[in-house]
Design a protein. Structure first.
Length: 138
């Protein structure tokens, strides 16, 4: 299994909207950065992703699971980019803010800090576990 972080502006698509999508999940679409799109292509069914509210909040608020691997993004008229389908798994008991991530030993090298504009990024297992603990998820 691989771990990822997906960013969404909560006024566009929030964790609550993801929850409301239910078991059928929702397409994670609209990604137009090639590096982020390549990360979507690498995702496997069952991979887990942190759900990060960007711009408003700047915090990890939940976890979603990949339920359908990369397919042509229906919002891309040129059919160059892909989407994946994700379903809600859980909310973090305590949202993990970007500010706290930056202060936490062991998280200095994650893409969220190094490539802050990237919307889809891998998370290594050690960092995943640190962030879970910060969010009070066992």
């Amino acid at each position: 299994m691989n771990y990822w972080l997906l960013k969404s502006e909560p006024d566009v698509w929030s964790i609550d909207q993801q929850i409301n999508a239910g078991k059928k999940g929702a397409d994670w679409d609209g990604v137009r950065n090639y590096q982020a799109a390549n990360n979507l292509r690498k995702m496997k069914k069952g991979d887990l992703c942190f759900f990060y509210h960007s711009n408003i909040g700047k915090e990890i608020v939940g976890i979603v699971e990949v339920i359908k691997v990369a397919f042509i993004d229906p919002t891309d008229r040129e059919n160059k980019f892909v989407a994946v389908k994700v379903k809600f798994k859980s909310k973090l008991q305590i949202p993990v803010t970007l500010e706290n991530i930056k202060k936490t030993k062991g998280l200095e090298k994650i893409s969220l800090i190094r490539q802050s504009r990237l919307s889809v990024m891998p998370i290594d297992t050690k960092s995943w576990k640190i962030i879970l603990k910060m969010g009070r998820i066992n």
